[in-house]
Design a protein around this ligand. Sequence first.
Ligand code: F6R
Length: 605
Amino acid sequence: MCGIIGYIGKQQALPILIDGLKKLEYRGYDSAGFAVHSGEGVVVKKAVGQVANLEKAILDSSFQILDSNIGIAHTRWATHGVPNEVNSHPHTDCKQRVFVAHNGIIENYKELKHYLQERGHTFTSATDTEVVAHLIEDFINQGDDFEKALKLALNMLRGAYAFAIIDAENSAVLYAAKCQSPLVIGLGQQEHFLASDPSALITHTKNAVYLNDFEMAKISAGEITIENIRREPTDTKVVTLEWNLEQAQKGNYQHFMQKEIFEGPETVKLAFAGRLHEAGVKLGGLEQVKEKLETIKRVIICACGTSYYAGLVGEYLFEEIAGIPVETHFASEFRYRQEPFEPGTAAIFISQSGETADTLGALRKAKENGLLTLGIVNVVGSTIARETDAGVYNHAGPEIGVASTKAFLSQITVLALMAEYLAKVKRPGLLEELRNIPGKIGAILARASEIEKLAEKYLYHKNFIFLGRRYNYPTALEGALKLKEISYLHAEGYGAGELKHGPIAMIGKEFPTIALVPGNGVLEKMYSNLEEIKARSGPILAIATEGDQHISAIASDVFYIPATLEPLEPLLTVVPLQLLAYYIGAKLGYNVDKPRNLAKSVTVE
Ligand code: F6R
């Protein structure tokens, strides 16, 4: 949800800002803008749409690459105010002294705006962000210096923010502040970078500092000072960024989504690397809470979107392998429900970005209620990773396509490892088979062209139903989510047994079913459910296990996958669904890496 970038140092700021915006564009692409100090004061430029439009606007206006060594920039996912130039960031005050780029939502902006208007401030945009510039200006008008004015303003804000701010009267300092939205400072030699996430920094540096909530940073080329605006102690650690440049580039692929689907085998390997041992699973990140985990009686899993569906797979894994009862919740629902908690409950928070506002809110609620909190997070050093008591990293590398693909595989691999780690009696053969999974995903990907052909056949339909049972029920939900988010086609996921309780009414020759039918204990039940669809002329594309002869008599099309153990099936069955969504979206001509209305890291509620 919005990407912000800042630079101060010896290099030209503008190319660094534009390059950073491109890397952060997956966080929002409604509009983009920057503010840089030049010899003539602060220069601002904005454009509606993608960062490419901002670049074009620079070229069209014969705008020169200014001699500027300090600036801030923003790519927007609109919350308050339509995506137009006026509402684009950076925003400024009446005197055009304060320039603010913001990610988050200022919840009390209406009352602040009213207060400031009463005091004579004139607003130009419909955004919540603009109040911040005027609020700082108001304190400056009352005689405070810029830094104090900023601190006072920050203390009046409610909601979520990550700010990059510059002062037109001081070209030697960049300011940053954070509450709930992520912000990371990249450390260079006599230069500093500021970004919403590390993918925009790795071209420049491997060393970074994540700001904590209520921290504000004063950044010059040679120095950073961080202080807590509530006068609490600060906790500043320099972390080494793990990701490399190649991981954050598309390479020979047409889209990041395609690249990330094809990274599936490596992703699973990276998730189990160093964690499988003769004596079983070793999860270094859980060692510090091992004793507590031995007495756990109940697990709650909270997550959103794709991570939530991975959590639903985790429910089956934990219950069947570790024998621990589990409930998986949408983080946004868990946050506001009131339920009794018993001692011995652990809560697991799954998040690729580690910054999702709903998941973070659920985590904070769990902590307030004294639960043991664990994270399954991809982005090292992210807020959820830092705030959980312990956790396991995915090590999946950056996921840039807005639609999550490789993270799902990684999350399920980690959940399987955790289930085995917690199991008193180990599941025979599970870990051995996990080692075979990358090869089996590779075999599916080698036949991606078959899915491409199926995509050409099915893309004319407007409605789809995805069906599965047990471990493949959440996978069906994930398949439907993938299709709808990148192809804008209507798709619903159901447990196949539920079909007859209502959804079957929709089935007809224009309403295809994508069925997950691997050779497991519920295969016969799946056959029966699919016969019911066939009897009503519904086309069926089945994902079935190699050697299943019966399915071709029921389904219109079959894509075969290798056999595996049932708990690991989602790691295989989801891959054709990801490919199907990808090819349909791409063939319909959509920008699959940046689907409309979406953003990668959802840092607002
Ligand atoms: C779907 C998708 C979203 C995310 C969800 C949670 O393709 O990407 O549904 O899975 O917003 O994000 P994280 O995992 O970063 O918390």
